[in-house]
Design a protein around this ligand. Structure first.
Ligand SMILES: O=P(O)(O)OC[C@H]1O[C@H](OP(=O)(O)OP(=O)(O)O)[C@H](O)[C@@H]1O
Ligand SMILES: O=C(O)c1cc(=O)[nH]c(=O)[nH]1
Length: 184
């Protein structure tokens, strides 16, 4: 099946993204850039119907890739990773999740990457929405420093991050592009 094939799950998830997450109005993005709309994916990835759909659609999108850990830069990536973990657990496979902190922690075990150890493991970096690619690439760098093999990046909505991630030599998958959301 094509990674972004039309399925009932993908169709319903797209409806929910448009209904729940797209917010029109002037906003400042994490890059400092200004925009006239925002995709607040947390409204979807923490939603009772949206979260399980995110897990299944993202697993389907990356079904041909080999990875056994999934995670990205906190906070947007976290519910995406755990939704995928639960989708895997509900099926045949197993999948661990990890959380990449924006900065290292000064107390406790002082870990930047939380969860089961990632050293020597194949990790898929995820993100809820990516505009510049800098958040997923920050996660890639932290995971590689921790000894993980990063096999690619997958996002629910691509707002423009593809170019930077592909320029870094990484596979990039997006469940939805701006055209799918009617936002081009
Ligand atoms: O870095 P980009 O590829 O351009 O993607 C945009 C980032 O903006 C959002 O997070 P935000 O920085 O608002 O932080 P949060 O996840 O802590 O809410 C989103 O979850 C991405 O991480
Ligand atoms: O670039 C961003 O900061 C950004 C854009 C967007 O649509 N949604 C979001 O959560 N962050």
């Amino acid at each position: 099946m094509h990674p972004a094939a039309a399925t009932p799950d993908r169709h319903r998830l797209l409806e929910l993204v448009v209904d729940l997450a797209v917010v029109r109005g002037r906003v400042t993005l994490s890059s400092g850039r200004e925009a006239d709309w925002y995709v607040d994916m947390r409204r979807l990835t923490l939603h009772h119907e949206g979260a399980p759909l995110v897990g299944r659609v993202m697993r389907q999108l990356t079904g041909d890739l080999r990875y056994d850990v999934v995670g990205g830069l906190t906070l947007g990536a976290d519910p995406v990773a755990t939704a995928m973990l639960h989708a895997a657990a509900a099926g045949e496979g197993f999948l661990d999740a990890c959380v990449v902190r924006k900065a290292g922690k000064a107390h406790g075990l002082q870990r930047r990457i939380e969860g089961p150890d990632v050293e020597g493991r194949a990790v898929l970096v995820v993100e809820d929405v990516s505009t510049t690619g800098s958040s997923p690439l920050a996660a890639v760098e932290a995971l590689q420093e921790a000894g993980a093999e990063v096999i690619g990046v997958a996002v629910v909505v691509d707002r423009g991050g593809r170019a930077a991630v592909e320029a870094a030599g990484l596979e990039y998958r997006a469940a939805f592009e701006l055209a799918d959301l009617g936002l081009e």
